[in-house]
Design a protein around this ligand. Structure first.
Ligand code: PMP
Length: 338
């Protein structure tokens, strides 16, 4: 009989798929690592598993313990699945701007979700930050993974994503491209690939225009899950050789093309990473192999990126060269749900 012991053993070993149409005119081979094949639908299942198993081994997380993390996105789903399978409770803290659909996904897996008001100062007792800290100190057996500073975030990629790519490409990979959120994916995967190839792999970070990684001031952008207004310790800046800044408009237009032209219904940070990968691949020859990592599925973005109305409101459907209509609309920050 062929079966898996539980959903946990399905984490990782995601497929590599060649991009055939958005790559017109490019000589290099461009391959996508499609992370929505993980059981929770994103790359974050990898870090959830390793952070939890390391905390079990160190004794920080004890049987029957409670995982508390401020997250409303992919990390929450990964943690919720692993926690449920291993008998831990989960409490996620998220701001009230998060859609009810996302909150209900976490609740469906059995997690508790505490929703905090967005319109209060960080020092306010009801703020997102204070509520999660208070829950950790008041809940017996509580443990906070903290993906931004947890070394097992990049380490999960060093031990899984990196070796998978080296094996899948039979050591022929020449360039690795990924978006940077916490920095875990690019630091761990890129670090492993540089080591095993003895410096033969070039690592390129993709970043939303405005984020600090590409020299921005932290100004708002709409692509979710990537970019920051501070430098997390999970990010090792020595690993990236180059950072490519990509606009929201380019990211979202490419995200829609990936569905229409490649059959890949993926999220906005995937479109962003592909734009960066194609900019790099344009300069390369037929022997080069560029791998771009696609973190999640497009299902969570149907009422945004895949809605013509939403795209039109921001002027994102216009062709390049048209007058921008975005401007003040962009002052409301919606991104950054990790
Ligand atoms: N895209 C999405 C949709 C994400 O949720 C994340 C994780 N924050 C990333 C990209 C970036 O990954 P990392 O945190 O490993 O840098």
């Amino acid at each position: 009989m062929q079966f898996h012991d539980s959903m946990i053993s399905l984490v990782g070993n995601t497929p590599l798929v060649r991009l055939n149409n958005v790559t017109a005119g490019i000589q290099a081979t461009v391959l996508a690592k499609v992370e929505y094949f993980n059981p929770g639908g994103s790359v974050k299942d990898r870090i959830a598993l390793r952070m939890i198993e390391a905390a079990e081994q160190s004794g920080e997380l004890k049987p029957g313990g409670t995982i508390v993390e401020p997250t409303s996105g992919n990390t929450g789903v990964g943690l919720a699945i692993v926690a449920q399978q291993k008998g831990y409770k989960c409490i996620f803290v998220c701001p009230d701007k998060v859609s009810l659909d996302k909150i209900n996904v976490l609740r469906a897996y059995g997690a508790d979700v505490v929703v905090c008001p967005t319109a209060v100062d960080p020092e306010h007792p009801d703020s997102y930050y204070n509520v999660s800290d208070r829950l950790v100190s008041e809940t017996p057996g509580a443990w906070k993974p903290d993906q931004y500073s947890n070394p097992n975030n990049p380490l999960s990629h060093y031990h899984s994503t990196g070796p998978e790519l080296w094996e899948q490409t039979e050591g022929k990979i020449t360039h690795f491209v990924a978006g940077i959120g916490t920095g875990g994916t690019i630091s761990g995967t890129g670090g492993y690939l540089k080591e095993i190839s003895k410096g033969g792999v070039t690592v390129v970070g993709a970043d939303p225009e405005g984020s600090v990684y590409s020299g921005g001031s932290g100004r708002p952008y709409l692509v979710e899950g990537v970019g920051e207004d501070f430098w997390p310790t999970a990010y090792d800046r020595n690993v990236t050789d180059e950072i490519v800044a990509v606009s929201d408009k380019d990211s979202f237009q490419m995200t829609r093309r990936l569905a229409k032209e490649e059959g890949l219904l993926v999220g906005g940070s995937c479109g962003m990473a592909v734009v960066a990968a194609l900019r790099v691949a344009e300069r390369l020859g037929p022997d080069d192999v560029v791998v771009v990592l696609l973190p999640d599925s497009g299902r969570g973005y149907m009422s945004k990126i895949f809605s013509d109305e939403w795209m039109n409101d921001y002027g994102f459907l216009e062709q390049a060269g048209d007058a921008p209509r975005v401007g003040d609309v962009l002052s409301r920050k919606e991104g950054g749900e990790l």
